[in-house]
Design a binder for this molecule. Structure first.
Ligand SMILES: [Zn+2]
Length: 310
């Protein structure tokens, strides 16, 4: 039952992105205009915040790192069609083979395009726990794609592909001379969410550990551990952080995310012990959390699913 609620919340996230992604005005620039955005030499983000919909993976972010002999892809979007859109944009910047796919976590908007890359010979990598999460929940989510606002046409040809390589703490890939570090910062957005770090370029792909400008999806999160993960990322030497949703970000966005989570958890725990009135709890929490322009309805969803349904 709990899983079902989690999935419902995820639907809510998708719908929220669908409605609001087109109106994002916050934070740093570097928006993609229908393609990859160059972040540094050989590193591109695939950030699409305009008119999020089932046709663009609800604005989920992805990225690539290009080497002399191959490409590493970070996250694969929601479907076969979406992965093909990504692949066709990748081909505008490089004709190298895709060697590895890294899934920052198992949620459908970050991993359901995996099979298209596997067909090309890519090796899929994730944290061990999120491989299990995908194995346990993926087929059900795919069968129920309609509940996420995804039509049969959106999902046509989509098959799941599971990671072939997993790790529990850290994994390093060397692409030419580029060191790519896959790091598990502890349980956060999911219990297997990871970050991808390029130390020499000070670039970090945070997956959904960081939502910038958007109210986050919290239902599967371990908040105490999540804030520690954000502290850990803050301690790293980074100039550019690509969040799971929202524009290219920086350290102040990490701090705001941490403040948001800490205040939300404290108040939701306190108020849900006194009342089941979600409207009241939400209005009290809203007065205290950092203002975010997008997806306000998630305040109520997160309270319902995480704090009132135990
Ligand atoms: Zn997610």
């Amino acid at each position: 039952m709990k899983k079902m609620f989690c999935r419902c919340t995820f639907v809510a996230v998708c719908i929220f992105v669908l409605v609001f992604a087109g109106f994002s005005t916050f934070g740093h620039k570097a928006f993609a205009d229908g393609g990859l955005t160059k972040i540094a030499d050989n590193v591109y983000s695939y950030v699409d915040v305009k008119h999020g919909s089932s046709a663009n993976s609800f604005g989920a972010n992805a990225g690539i790192i290009v080497g002399k002999d191959g490409i590493i892809v970070i996250d694969t979007l929601t479907s076969a069609k979406e992965a093909q859109r990504f692949i066709s944009d990748i081909r505008k910047v490089s004709d190298k083979p895709v060697k590895y796919v890294i899934n920052t976590h198992y949620h459908l908007d970050h991993s359901f395009g995996n099979a298209e890359f596997e067909k090309m010979g890519a090796i899929i990598i994730s944290h061990e726990s999120d491989k299990k999460n995908l194995q346990n929940n993926g087929e059900t989510a795919l069968k129920n794609a309609g509940a996420y606002g995804l039509s049969e046409s959106d999902m046509e040809g989509t098959k799941l592909a599971y990671p072939a390589l997993t790790f529990t703490d850290r994994m390093y890939i060397t692409l030419d001379s580029q060191r790519v570090e896959l790091i598990y910062p502890g349980s956060s957005h999911t219990n297997g969410s990871i970050i991808v770090y390029l130390p020499d370029k000070k670039i970090l792909f945070a997956g959904d550990i960081l939502f910038t400008g958007y109210h986050p999806f919290l239902a599967e999160g371990d908040i105490g551990s999540w804030t520690k993960a954000l502290d850990f990322i803050m301690s790293m030497d980074t100039d550019v952080i690509i969040p799971g949703h929202g524009p290219v970000s920086g350290k102040r966005d990490l701090q705001e995310m941490k403040d948001y989570l800490s205040i939300f958890d404290l108040k939701a725990t306190e108020l849900s012990a006194q009342s089941n009135d979600v409207e009241h709890i939400a209005s009290e929490i809203k007065k205290m959390i950092p203002a975010r322009p997008e997806g306000e309805f998630l305040i109520k969803s997160n309270i319902q699913m995480k704090y009132l349904k135990k």
